[in-house]
Design a protein around this ligand. Structure first.
Ligand code: UT7
Length: 342
């Protein structure tokens, strides 16, 4: 997908992040907790992934993906001094929607009390979902189609994980991050500078979940054998992830007419600390400029980037005026990056 500052500067408006929010489930599951259900241990998980603990949604209700999105959005609306009805559109990125139908954005619209009949779009591009949503929001705002777009990454992967498979259950967690994207004033520094998106179906078998779709409707035999869960070839994902994250990062920086040294903060998808470190090394971005919170939450798919960004703001690391790079990669294989001045 073509993206460059030349295209952006020719468009009538520019966009920026107005505010952010996040919610994580109350229940904490540590590596030691997992060592009681599968043959693993805290030292292996920490060393090979960087994860110490993850959050898991309540199955009793109140913490489903649209519930988490509601709490996170209410905080973001408050921060931006906006009412829910000010939103023109909801883009909900998730591979674990509340229901197959209706889509999660309309469920969230109702939960937020929105009555303006705003546009509601769900996107299912796995871990790249938030970056895809932000890119779409940016384009709609730049062309004047929308003024304020809520982008959500909210996942309950604990439902799709085989809790008897140590190669996968240690990696994932639940959570939600959101951002409200709106117009930047012409004289403002804050703005989205460049974006890129990609996909490569030739690697689709590296991370998939074929059972439960139209081709293979879920049957009792699938559930009995555990075939309905997510499946991942971790080593293959690892190799493509580092390569793709670095390529996309370089592309958006070049497209914006900047250099790697101009990037104040890299906010990468939190899949594995070794992927994050390797990407930083390839790009020559020092560890102190790379935002990491995988130790607390594991891989929350579309939620990792907005959660890591939101926490870094709260911790006083990322400030208005900083140049920030979002960089994500996931099943599909999908990928995307957004470079912006916060
Ligand atoms: O969100 C985007 C999608 N996700 C990713 O991109 C994830 C990318 N991949 C990864 O993060 C890593 O490949 C994993 C963390 C999944 C696996 O790490 P690894 O260093 O590639 O380990 P491995 O699969 O090569 O396994 C090494 C050994 C094996 O034992 P043997 O064959 O050497 O005796 C595994 O059986 O570690 C064993 N092992 C474990 N041991 C303790 C695998 N899982 C575990 C475990 N605890 N949980």
């Amino acid at each position: 997908m073509e993206s460059s500052k030349n295209i952006f500067s020719a468009l009538p408006y520019q966009s920026k992040i107005l505010s952010t929010g996040m919610y994580v489930p109350k229940k904490i599951v540590t590596n030691n907790d997992l060592s009681k259900i599968v043959e693993t241990n805290d030292a292996w998980i920490k060393e090979r992934t960087g994860i110490s603990e993850r959050r898991i949604c309540s199955t009793e209700g109140g913490e489903f993906p649209t519930d988490m999105a509601k709490y996170a959005t209410e905080a973001a609306l408050k921060e931006a001094n906006l009412a829910a009805n000010d939103l023109d559109m909801i883009i909900f990125a998730s591979v674990t929607p509340d229901y197959k139908l209706p889509n999660s954005s309309t469920v969230l619209q109702t939960k937020l009390g929105i009555t303006n009949k705003c546009a509601c779009l769900d996107i299912a591009v796995a871990c790249s979902g938030f970056v895809y949503g932000m890119t779409l929001a940016n384009s709609l705002i730049q062309t004047g189609v929308m003024k304020k777009v809520l982008v959500v990454g909210s996942e309950m992967l604990s439902r799709e994980v085989d809790w008897s498979d140590r190669s996968i259950c240690i990696l994932f967690g639940d959570g939600c991050g959101v951002a409200i994207i709106g117009r930047a004033e012409p004289d403002e520094q804050s703005r989205i500078l460049s974006t890129t998106l990609g996909g490569d179906g030739s690697g689709k078998e590296f991370f998939d979940q074929p059972i439960g779709g139209a081709v293979f409707p879920i049957k009792a035999e699938h559930i009995e054998s555990g075939q309905h869960f997510m499946r991942m070839k971790g080593g293959e994902m690892f190799k493509v992830a580092t390569r793709t994250l670095a390529q996309n990062a370089k592309k958006v920086i070049t497209d914006a007419g900047l250099n790697l040294k101009d990037v104040d903060w890299l906010v990468p998808h939190q899949a594995n600390i070794r992927i994050i470190e390797t990407t930083g090394q390839i790009l020559g971005i020092p560890p102190e400029k790379v935002i990491v919170n995988i130790q607390k939450y594991g891989n929350t798919s579309a939620a990792t980037v907005p959660m890591a960004f939101h926490e870094a703001i709260l911790e006083g690391k990322i400030k208005r005026g900083d140049t920030v790079l979002f960089d994500a990669f996931g099943a599909g294989l999908t990928s995307g990056a957004v470079l912006f001045i916060y």
